[in-house]
Design a protein around this ligand. Structure first.
Ligand code: BGC
Length: 735
């Protein structure tokens, strides 16, 4: 008994001592001469338990909790990833009561950036975005999205980098490095397997360990290990029975123990469901918080959607610690991780004051270049493209997306730009004053108000097409039909658009279809009737210029598909295992996502992964592999020479696929392991080189919980697409 009393007295004295030290010590106006860990430890030692607990949840919709007593600022966030979305929040510039919208440059969507296969360009875009984040006085951008396109119908496919984990990893790493170099905190999202919006808060996905590691993890792993990412956002969904925000296998075993992640985990907005479950699993910062969270959580629709929030508020965290359900050390760790990133990003030393320029001429130029490089030329028969402005007198610009700029898909990523160039604007400008560019809507966008009956709209378009030299039909989706919070109803174009294309194609043999969408659409109904098709994704505010640049040849198209275009939805490998039943979905196709599935089942796609035409032609030759025999951790070098054999300058994306030898487990026919983009003048040749390391040769073995490179003869395939292999080589892995 006496021992217990003594213990209590000592414990009370210790608490008082910490409090006194915390209150008396001078505010740690930080000392940049110290290293980050020293500064973090110093700060932690000054914090009271209440202050620490308060840092585990936000103070508002887009701000973390500041602690003025210790000069700890709030992390001020902004939604992304394709530009700074206008937001509402508690800071002055983002006053929720403010009626002035925040505008910023709308860059092309993630899927468009992936179609450029140009990591350097993604880096330029991300850098511009980070500069706008700072110019607006914010510290963090909620992106990039690196979730895989598993099914064509996922509403957020446009945000991510397509169906291949290697490509997604390269793009994500480029984005993250560029953002962090600006002292802005990125947040790679959504960890993990956020591949459908249907019941996104409640869906439980059954995914085997190999599939997680080979398909859904690699872009996150690369973000951690190659880019040293500062923050990871957990996904809304459950994986194997547990919500991602309280999933110890994801947040602790995988992210921290296996990959060595040292940044912080932030929850997706309203994606938390427990106090100790989240903290003990490795969640560091719950968003949103404060009054905005409480008001939002009380809304019936928030409850109906299945959001969860308000679990990591200071009082709940303190109570969990007092009750022994959470160790104080876990709370300290969470605070340590947040502070570590804040110091590393320079938020204590160089606060982002705001008041800078956004949408500068340089940023617009990046947006235009990026949109231009992202466009994929799918078909060009009879050389209908490029159009010649000198020879063209009349051009019809038709379609529900012709005179409306669809800069991005819907939801939290949609940027409000200062202006946006429509395809009609761009085409008029490129065609010049001597050409007549007529416009007809042709079909109303599904869900939007129709100015006239459908037949009348179509007849007008047909009449215009008939009297024009060429007809450009701009079709696709809108943010209300493809966006966050819901999946697409089907793979088909929205109502009336197929009919419009067919009608125009019947009236004008130079009909060029431009598709704006974030994922594949069914094209079989009309693809044989039109000579040219461009896939323009969502190209941001400069999309109209970029489309015209490609149509008129100012830009030679070089984009390649980052997703397989199936002939029909039923051909998609995950078909039948989506969206699931009773809030359960089984990823039964396993690792056979995208081209891996088409290859395995011998299904002919409409256009394969990696496909895209140019106005010039390329020849591949002299594929060299060295050494031809490797063992252990030796790297294999592959070189291939590419020549521009046409008459226009152009860029080619050379893709390197690896075909494994027979192994104890079934493996994909081939997998992308490298790519290189080369710009070539007519007649010019360049050598593109790649390095294949042991990991590139490996598969994930679920029994061993690790990567295994099974010995044997590997075939190296260099191609212009996954189904257009132009050069081959071999090497042998001895052991
Ligand atoms: C989205 C996130 C986004 C967050 C904040 C969520 O609904 O899933 O991607 O960053 O909202 O707006």
């Amino acid at each position: 008994m006496r021992v217990a009393v003594l213990f209590l007295v000592l414990a009370a004295a210790a608490v008082v001592a910490v409090r006194l030290r915390a209150q008396q010590a001078p505010a740690p106006k930080t000392n940049p001469a110290l290293n980050v860990e020293q500064r973090v430890n110093d700060m932690l030692a000054r914090m009271t338990p209440e202050e620490k607990a308060s840092m585990l949840s936000g103070s508002g919709w887009m701000e973390s909790q500041p602690i003025p007593r210790l000069d700890i600022p709030a992390i001020k966030m902004a939604d992304g990833p394709m530009g700074v979305r206008n937001w509402r929040g508690s800071s002055a510039v983002t006053n929720a009561a403010s009626t002035v919208p925040v505008t910023a440059t709308a860059f092309p969507a993630g899927i468009a950036m992936a179609a450029s296969w140009d990591a350097a360009l993604v880096a330029r875009e991300a850098r511009a975005i980070a500069q706008e984040v700072k110019a607006l006085g914010r510290d963090m951008i909620l992106g990039p999205t690196v979730n895989i396109n598993r099914v064509p119908l996922w509403g957020r496919n446009f945000e991510g980098y397509g169906e291949d984990p290697y490509l997604a990893a390269r793009m994500g790493v480029a984005y993250i490095k560029a953002v962090q170099a600006e002292g802005v905190i990125p947040s790679v999202k959504h960890f993990t397997a956020n591949n459908e919006e249907y019941e996104r808060h409640r869906i439980d996905e059954k995914i085997d360990e190999r599939t997680l590691n080979e398909i859904y993890f690699p872009a996150f792993k690369a973000a951690v290990q190659e880019a040293g990412v500062w923050a990871v956002m957990s996904a809304y969904n459950k994986v194997n029975g547990q919500w991602c925000a309280e999933n110890p296998y994801l947040l602790t075993t995988t992210l921290r123990k296996r990959w060595g992640f040292r940044g912080f985990v932030i929850s997706d907005w309203g994606g938390t469901y427990s106090t100790e479950g989240s903290i003990n699993a490795g969640m560091d910062l719950e968003m949103p918080g404060g009054e905005p969270m409480r008001i939002w959580l009380a809304k019936p629709e928030t409850q109906r959607d299945g959001n969860g929030a308000g679990w990591l508020t200071a009082d709940k965290v303190m109570a969990a610690v007092a009750a022994g359900r959470v160790k104080q050390a876990f709370v300290d760790d969470a605070v340590r991780r947040v502070l570590r990133v804040m110091f590393a990003a320079g938020l204590f030393d160089h606060p982002h004051a705001g008041g800078g320029d956004v949408d500068t001429p340089e940023q617009r130029q990046v947006a235009r270049a990026a949109a231009g490089e992202s466009i994929v030329l799918l078909k060009n028969s009879g050389g209908v493209l490029p159009l010649s402005a000198a020879k063209l007198h009349t051009i019809a610009v038709i379609g529900p997306n012709a005179a409306v700029a669809r800069t991005g898909g819907g939801g939290s990523s949609l940027v409000r730009p200062k202006y946006a160039i429509t395809a009609l604007d761009g085409i008029k400008e490129a065609a010049g004053p001597h050409a007549e560019a007529g416009y007809a809507m042709g079909a109303v966008m599904e869900g939007e108000d129709a100015p006239k009956p459908p037949q009348e709209l179509r007849d007008e378009a047909v009449a215009l097409a008939r009297r024009s030299y060429a007809a450009v039909v701009v079709v696709g989706y809108s943010p209300k039909l493809e966006g966050e919070g819901f999946d697409r109803k089907s793979m088909d174009l929205p109502a009336g658009q197929d009919e419009l294309i067919e009608a125009v194609a019947g009236a004008n043999r130079n009909t060029i279809v431009v598709v704006e969408a974030g994922a594949p659409v069914t094209m079989t109904r009309w693809i044989g009737q039109v000579p040219a098709v461009l896939y323009a994704w969502y190209g941001g505010q400069e999309a109209g210029h970029a489309i015209a640049d490609v149509l008129f040849g100012a830009v030679n198209p070089s984009g390649k598909l980052p997703v397989t275009m199936p002939k029909r939805l039923q051909d998609s490998p995950a078909y039948g295992h989506y969206p699931g039943e009773n809030r359960h979905v089984e990823y039964a196709e396993g690792i056979y996502v995208g081209y891996r599935g088409f290859d395995k089942h011998g299904v002919e796609p409409l256009f394969p992964f990696g496909y895209g035409l140019s106005y010039t032609t390329f020849e591949y030759s002299r594929l060299q592999v060295s050494p031809r025999r490797v063992a252990g951790g030796e790297t294999v070098d592959v070189r291939v020479s590419v020549r521009n054999s046409g008459s226009r300058a152009g860029a080619e994306v050379v893709q390197l696929y690896l075909q494994p030898p027979p192994s104890p487990v079934d493996r994909p026919v081939k997998e992308l392991k490298g790519f290189g983009r080369v710009m070539l003048q007519p007649g010019e040749s360049k050598t593109v080189s790649f390095a294949l390391n042991r990991l590139a040769m490996s598969y994930y073995d679920a029994k061993a919980h690790g990567w295994i490179a099974h010995p044997g003869r590997f075939t190296v395939l260099a191609g212009a697409s996954s189904r257009d292999i132009r050069a081959k080589g071999e090497f042998e892995l001895i052991r």
